[in-house]
Every structure is written in structure tokens, then in C-alpha cells.
Design a protein around this ligand. Structure first.
Ligand code: ZN
Length: 133
């Protein structure tokens, strides 16, 4: 198991590259851009991403707690998918898909307004059959 982190509020031009990749990957066809949207997004966002395996995450989490980088928070629910299937998703206005991506990123961040640091969820959160504490 690994952990993939990325800043929610990417600076430019990484933010535009992420938006373009998401818009392109939402479509039915494969990306035909040069350079491919995924590669450009990953290249520009790399400085704002962080990857750990499960052992590294335990060590990192303990260090962050001891140095006051985290705060306790209660998990916030993810938004319900407001589309009626994949055809509705693909044919929806881009602004509708963008609104869902934004709500999903906000929920993924699990931040609480007014709090500084990284939220640690006090409830177990289940993602795809795995429980993260
Ligand atoms: Zn593309």
C-alpha cells in the first residue's frame, strides 16, 4: 500500500495542467495532445506531490504529531456523484464536471476552516476496502 499526496491548491501552471488533464480524461477518447496531458500535469505538479509507502507513512505521521504539524479532525463526507451514469458524466457541461472535481478535492483535503496544519481524522476512514487511521 502506498500514499500519494498532492497539494489541493496547486500554483500555476500546474493548476491549469491538472484541470486540462481532468477535462481530457473525462472524455470518452484517449488523450491526443502533445505532450500528453497526464505527462505535462505530472511534470508540473511533481514539486507539489509526495509519495510514501506504509512504513514511511507511520514514521512520518509520528514525526508530524510530535512537531505539532497535525490537528485532530472528524472526517467530512465525500460528495455524492451527481450524475446518472458515465454517459451523463461525459455529456455534461464542463462546468458541472469542474464543480464535482472541486468538491471532491475539497473533501479529499479534509481541512477545516481556521485550522492550520494537516488534519488527522479521529474516525477510521474506509477507502476501497482499506481502513486508514
Ligand atoms: Zn489530453
Amino acid at each position: 500500500m502506498g500514499y500519494e499526496f498532492e497539494r489541493v491548491d496547486l500554483p500555476e501552471p500546474a493548476a491549469t495542467a491538472r484541470g486540462r488533464y481532468q477535462a481530457c480524461s473525462d472524455l470518452e477518447h484517449l488523450c491526443v495532445h502533445a505532450p500528453p496531458c497526464w505527462e505535462e500535469y505530472q511534470s508540473l505538479a511533481a514539486a507539489y506531490q509526495f509519495h510514501l509507502n506504509i512504513a514511511g507513512m507511520a514514521l512520518c505521521r509520528d514525526c508530524m504529531r510530535r512537531t505539532g504539524m497535525t490537528y485532530q479532525a472528524i472526517s467530512q463526507p465525500f460528495p455524492a456523484w451527481p450524475f446518472n451514469g458515465i454517459d451523463d458524466w461525459r455529456s455534461a457541461d464542463q462546468s458541472r464536471r469542474d464543480a464535482y472535481h472541486e468538491a471532491e478535492r475539497a473533501a479529499s483535503a479534509q481541512t477545516i476552516a481556521g485550522m492550520v496544519g494537516i488534519p488527522e481524522l479521529s474516525e477510521a476512514v474506509t477507502h476501497g476496502g482499506f481502513t486508514v487511521r
